[in-house]
Design a protein around this ligand. Structure first.
Ligand code: BES
Ligand code: ZN
Ligand code: ZN
Length: 493
């Protein structure tokens, strides 16, 4: 999809359709001038057809040659008082699906109405592009009939004063959406292809971008580092683990971002049932999000060094797989009783976080599809955010708001620490009771960050959607990519 900005007046645009965003209360008033061109039939017809400008309602009228464009498209945004950038992203996503389904190729979006013009133009450009590119996404490479007809040209019509800002917003939105789409493609790829080696090869590709280096540690080196918790998860698989390290050098200060990357989670000997295993290719969504972030860093150019760490392996059943009750010693010396092999994410992360600490960063942030309990607590749309640092919590939640990704603060409750103390080792990998599973998992991770400012986002809910939403088609969402990029852009130490 190509975007451009122009100061062309709406009735001079040549193309398939001219789009107006309208709210429930003022839509008739806003359209009065336009209606004059149509002998006052436009509003009358829309009303007769029960158009009320409700959120996401899209109404099309032919122009019968009265103006250059073939159609007028009205996009309802609902109540003006509730309208924010989040809703704009949503309706832009719906518009791109609508255009795709009707095989429209060129649309102009008139942005002159007050309802849109009250936002900063850069935000408007960014949000519209995010919404349209993400809403129009589909993973269709395995379909026989995989023809899609995405829009080709989108022209944003505005005044001269807003033009430059809007263009900047478009570039920003395209960068953020591309990085998200890249992560979605990796996550949607089935585990038969998306192996640890394949993920590592994808990471290697990113080293072609300016300022980015990538290092892959093989099993031997992982052993040498003492990452036995990570290795204990990998040992049930015939495929070797890969430890992926990416680095972007942007300044003296450093942050580490970490992503869980189990390329398939069967649960191991603590086997998942068929229903719960169905979507477990998603279990590398955290790692994919880290690659998504790195795909955009050389253009975003944040002013600090960013290290990305991904411990990639499969969690399988097999003659060599870890047995419940086995004890492993993590890289930082902590011993762990593996009582449930399905709580494997925290084992791989224990070693990655120990490694992250040795980097001596200002902050560590991890993204992990860690617990079903977090989905029970917050539902499918919201990630749980755990942190040992209030400033970090605040910065990430604000970044999430700007990105249109929902994160909610969760407690690292000290009183629950006893629940993960081991009987014959230092820690156990599942809590002693079944309550607060997202919290006890986060407390487990906290044992490995050595007090460094750290945040953990449990993205088990939003990483993968089972039911299509406007911005996220069924499947991978790419959750976390845009929040992290926003955070890295604005970070101040
Ligand atoms: N990968 C899963 C968590 C998950 C569940 C992600 C649903 C996305 C959707 C994780 O490895 C897991 O199996 N966790 C267990 C932990 C339990 C054994 C303490 C869970 O949530 O059931
Ligand atoms: Zn698991
Ligand atoms: Zn898992």
């Amino acid at each position: 999809m190509k975007y451009s900005v122009k100061t062309t007046k709406w009735n001079k645009f040549v193309g398939d359709g001219i789009v107006f965003f309208v709210d429930c209360k003022n839509w008739e008033k806003e359209l009065l001038e336009i209606d004059r061109e149509f002998d006052k039939q436009l509003i009358k017809t829309a009303k007769a057809d029960n158009f009320t400008a409700g959120e996401g309602a899209i109404y099309t009228l032919p122009t019968y040659g009265k103006i250059e464009a073939t159609f007028i498209v009205l996009v309802g945004i609902g109540a003006a008082k509730d309208f924010d950038l989040y809703t704009l992203r949503k309706v832009a996503a719906l518009l791109s699906k609508y255009a795709r389904n009707l095989k429209k190729e060129t649309l102009a979006l008139d942005l002159s109405f007050e309802i849109i013009a009250r936002f900063a133009p850069q935000d408007v450009g960014r949000t519209i592009v995010e919404g349209m590119n993400l809403g129009g996404y589909s993973f269709s490479k395995y379909k026989k009939n995989n023809e899609v007809h995405p829009l080709k040209q989108v022209v944003l019509l505005t005044n001269a004063a807003r033009l430059g800002h809007l263009a900047n917003g478009i570039a920003e939105g395209a960068l953020l959406a591309d990085a998200t789409v890249y992560a979605r493609d990796l996550i949607n790829e089935p585990a038969q292809t998306m192996t640890p080696a394949y993920l590592a090869a994808q990471a290697k590709q990113l080293a072609k971008l300016p300022g980015i280096t990538v290092q892959i540690l093989e099993k031997k080196e992982i052993e040498k580092l003492g990452m036995n918790a990570f290795l204990s998860v990998a040992q049930g698989s015939s495929l070797p683990p890969k430890f992926i390290k990416l680095e972007y050098k942007g300044g003296r200060k450093k942050v580490v971002i970490v992503g869980k990357a189990i390329t398939f989670d069967t649960g191991g000997h603590s086997l998942k049932d068929a229903k719960n295993m169905e979507t477990m290719k998603l279990d590398m969504a955290g790692g994919a999000a880290i690659l998504g972030v790195f795909s955009a860093l050389s253009k975003l150019k944040p002013k600090m060094t960013v290290v990305g760490l991904i411990a990639a392996c499969e969690n399988m059943v097999g003659p060599n797989a870890t047995k419940p009750g086995d004890i492993v010693r993590a890289m930082n010396g902590t011993s762990i009783e593996v009582l449930n092999t399905d709580a494997e994410g925290r084992l791989t992360l224990a070693d990655v976080l120990s490694y992250a600490v040795q980097e001596k960063p200002e902050a560590i942030v991890d993204l992990a599809t860690l617990t079903g309990a977090c989905v029970v607590a917050l539902g499918e749309d919201i990630a749980g955010l755990f942190a040992n640092d209030q400033k970090l919590t605040h910065a990430l939640i604000k970044s999430g708001e700007a990105a249109g990704e929902k994160l909610w603060p969760m407690p690292l409750e000290k009183e629950y620490r006893d629940l993960i103390k081991g009987d014959i080792a230092d820690l156990r990998n599942i809590a002693k009771n079944r309550y607060g599973g997202a919290v006890t998992a986060a407390l487990f991770l906290e044992e490995f960050v050595a007090g460094i400012p750290w945040a953990h986002a449990d993205i088990a809910g939003p990483a993968f959607v089972e039911k299509e939403t406007p911005v996220v088609p069924k499947g991978a969402s790419g959750f976390g990519v845009r929040t992290l990029l926003e955070w890295l852009k604005n970070i101040d130490f």
